[in-house]
Design a protein around this ligand. Structure first.
Ligand SMILES: [Mn+2]
Length: 319
């Protein structure tokens, strides 16, 4: 099945002249890294290619060479194909709705993927979309240079929590071993990705982490982040906070509730077998077993109450 779908996608790409790549909104390391690797690979195959995103690339990913590809606007009439990367559903592209007027190939690894494309390659066993793009570029006989290898290393290293999460497999490490043969500097990449926090962000994190509350015998850690404090420190990305809470001894589930313009965003992480994607899907969101989220038009306090009730129900069920 997968081999056939990969072949269909390659045929479709071969038949195309100009391709727009769409990573999900608020692109993370996997979305940015796989988009850049695919764009650079397609350029080698003489395709006209751009990556469209309305978001700025996050500080820890700016070391990747994105300038020739990353645009916030383009003339969609000049393109004949869209490739969506790392998006579980069409809502993750909805900020660019006016560009969604060409056939879509959907490539992703979220088990909650809704198969919204004309062709869909969804492999929930892949640790990152970067793993799928690695295989696609191999199948298309693209020569892996240092840049493409760095982009894919970044995609996989970030989505596996630097190879710590349960999605990391022997295949992940086999791919990484092959990428490392292409003259990439893993120490330098890791420094950029993980040891590069702006001081302002660090102070913001310290203030937020001071407010974390614990429930269910300290197995649940939860914090709310107001619009005001995010604006004061200019901090958009709070993924590291939900991860820091999860990293505490005995914590099984961490929850960060962020106040946005017209809604609140609930982001959850879990250890071991607790499936937070189930809760997210019930509320119209998505994700993976150990990392998921959703949005809601409500207040911070109401969202917190709702999550605590949901978790109480789950705890009552699993004991
Ligand atoms: Mn991903």
């Amino acid at each position: 099945m997968r081999v056939m779908m990969m072949k269909k996608i390659i045929n479709r790409i071969n038949a195309s002249k100009s391709i727009v790549i769409m990573p999900h909104l608020k692109p993370d390391g996997d979305a940015v890294g796989s988009s850049l690797a695919l764009a650079k690979g397609l350029l080698k195959l003489n395709k006209k290619v751009k990556i469209i995103s309305l978001d700025e690339i996050s500080y820890e990913l700016k070391f990747l060479d994105f300038h020739d590809f990353w645009v916030s606007s383009l003339n969609i009439d000049e393109y004949d194909l869209i490739i969506s990367l790392d998006s579980s559903d069409i809502d993750r592209l909805k900020d660019r709705i006016e560009f969604l007027v060409k056939p879509i190939i959907n490539i992703d690894h979220h088990k909650t993927n809704t198969f919204f494309g004309e062709l869909n390659f969804v492999d929930s066993e892949a640790s990152a979309t970067g793993e799928i793009i690695y295989n696609l570029l191999i199948e298309m006989n693209v020569d892996f240079d240092t840049e493409i290898s760095e982009d894919l290393y970044t995609a996989i290293a970030t989505d596996t929590g630097n190879f710590m999460y349960s999605n990391t497999t022997s295949i992940t490490h086999e791919i990484i071993a092959k990428l490392m043969k292409n003259n990439i500097d893993v120490t330098e990449i890791s420094r950029n990705l993980f040891q590069n926090i702006p001081l302002k962000k660090f102070i913001f994190d310290a203030k937020v982490l001071d407010q974390v509350e614990f429930y269910n015998n300290n197995q649940v850690g939860i914090v709310t982040i107001s619009h005001e404090i995010r604006n004061t420190y200019g901090c958009k990305n709070t993924d590291n906070i939900v991860e820091a809470i999860r990293n505490i001894e005995g914590v099984e589930i961490s929850v960060v509730i962020v106040e946005k313009e017209n809604e609140v965003k609930i982001s959850m992480r879990s250890k071991s077998d607790f499936d937070v994607a189930e809760i997210a899907v019930n509320h119209g969101g998505g994700g993976h077993k150990n990392a998921a989220g959703f949005g809601m038009a409500t207040t911070l306090e109401a969202a917190k109450k709702l999550i605590l009730e949901e978790l109480d129900n789950v705890y009552a069920r699993i004991g």
